[in-house]
Design a protein around this ligand. Structure first.
Ligand code: PMP
Length: 380
């Protein structure tokens, strides 16, 4: 066993909360989940139909390692229609969730010892993946004072010639903030490889959906179907990379994964046929849930101090209540049966924060914030 590596890998603390919650549920307690960033929408009938058709016609064997042509074509068309950016289907690789797209991108761009910049608060898997590859993590902190935008002046002083890669995540998990156009323009002018994790692209309520490809065509974009199309369990994602990188990525894919799940790829073709009306309905519903969550937090005296404009997360400073976000999350779960994500998952500077996810139904969110109100009133 690779003890040295495994001992340096951190647990995903939110999973520890979820597992504790499940333990309570097995004992018959009613638990409300606002900890997990997983949409609970029913699978759209077009997705189901396309998957069933692929099964019925025995289209369920290995696909081309880069993915089925129909899906790669549809993704290229979507980027043209939604963002006005021309990409060739040959630049697209379909992957096992965006998680695999991230891993393939990182292997492609870094070698042991290379420095990778993460923007804190960050998605918890990033530093672990970098460590696995022998890279060095350098953390650039954003703050609520800057509304979680990357501060251009500070970043200019922070970056140095040794930094090889920056992972950008806009819209962000856990803040729900999209970086503004000035920041994107600034980042595109830097001499650094950028992996732009755009898994929440399109889940924008008060900001424009963006792709970093419109700012820098040499970046690698990571995206997928888990969030926007509520397809977490289908394990379907993709990356878009400059043509000269595709052959290398293809060789990695062949050796590591062979191909993305074929039935899921056909399901993805179905997802890309969902009409605009349905998408507008979904976005309207998320906006309502976000507004409800923010106003309930305000009512209980928690002002998050910024406006989460995208994805489905709210990141709240809980320093009035705790120095230890894991203890606080476990206590909230124990006392009122509510699961929330501890800030420590998203970087060492955010151990006094809690992330709330509004990816579940409005009814569930109402119950959840009711429990949070009770906790603040009765136990703090
Ligand atoms: N990136 C970010 C920022 C995420 O929040 C997630 C899922 N929580 C992923 C990547 C991975 O998503 P998936 O593998 O399901 O596409």
């Amino acid at each position: 066993m690779n003890n040295f590596l495994l001992s340096s890998i951190k647990p995903f603390y939110v999973m520890e909360i979820l597992e504790k919650a499940q333990e309570y549920e097995r004992k018959g307690r009613n638990i409300t989940h606002l900890e997990i960033g997983e949409p609970t929408e029913r699978t759209n009938s077009l997705i189901k139909k396309a998957a069933k058709q692929s099964i019925n016609s025995n289209n369920s064997r290995y696909s081309n390692s880069l993915g089925i042509q129909e899906l790669r074509d549809k993704i290229a068309t979507k980027y043209k229609n939604n963002h006005g950016v021309s990409i060739s289907p040959d630049q697209i690789v379909i992957t096992n969730g965006s998680s695999a797209a991230l891993i393939l991108s990182l292997i492609t761009l870094i070698k042991p010892g290379d420095s990778v910049i993460l923007v804190e608060p960050y998605y918890p898997c990033y530093p672990q993946l970098i460590k696995i590859l022998g890279g060095k993590v350098r953390i650039f902190k954003t703050s609520v004072q800057d509304k979680y935008q990357i501060n251009i002046k500070k970043f200019s002083k922070f970056i140095n010639k040794k930094d090889k890669v920056l992972i950008l995540n806009s819209p962000s998990n856990p803040t729900g903030v999209s970086q503004n156009k000035d920041v994107l323009k600034f980042l595109s002018s830097l001499k650094i490889n950028i992996i732009s994790d755009e898994i929440y692209e399109g889940l924008n309520y008060d900001s424009d959906p963006e792709t970093f490809l419109n700012y820098n065509k040499n970046s690698i974009v990571v995206n997928g179907f888990s969030k926007f199309y509520s397809m977490t369990g289908w394990r379907l994602g993709f990356l878009i990379a400059p043509k000269n990188l595709i052959r290398g990525i293809q060789k990695l894919q062949q050796n590591m994964y062979i191909c993305a799940p074929t039935v899921s790829q056909y399901a993805g073709v179905g997802a890309l046929s969902i009409n605009q009306e349905e998408i507008e309905r979904l976005l309207g519903s998320y906006k309502k849930r976000r507004d409800y969550a923010l106003s309930s937090l305000r009512d209980m005296g928690i002002d998050v101090g910024y406006s989460p404009d995208s994805s489905f997360y709210i990141f709240a400073d809980m320093s009035n209540y705790t120095d230890n976000s894991l203890d606080l999350s476990l206590d909230i779960l124990k006392k009122v049966g509510l699961g929330v994500a501890p800030g420590i998952d998203f970087g060492p500077s955010f151990n006094k924060f809690i992330r709330f996810s509004y990816s579940s139904s409005l009814k569930n969110i109402q119950v959840g914030f009711g429990k949070m109100r009770e906790y603040i009133k009765e136990y703090t």
